[in-house]
Design a protein around this ligand. Structure first.
Ligand SMILES: [Zn+2]
Length: 54
């Protein structure tokens, strides 16, 4: 198994939650731990970086 495979598997297995982009309103699945820690998330639709307010 390559490094990329294991990295992808870990990413897929990570808990995710649905967030709504404040710029375009697109809903996407983001890593729950990133959301919880207030890290910037990338909207797959408009490519904007945003932080989900608590
Ligand atoms: Zn967006």
């Amino acid at each position: 198994m390559s490094f990329l495979d294991s990295a992808m598997k870990r990413f897929t297995n990570a808990a995710s939650r649905s967030v709504t982009c404040p710029i375009c309103g697109n809903k996407s699945q983001q890593t729950a731990s990133k959301v919880r820690q207030g890290q910037a998330l990338l909207c797959p639709k408009c490519k904007s970086l945003f932080v989900v307010p608590r």
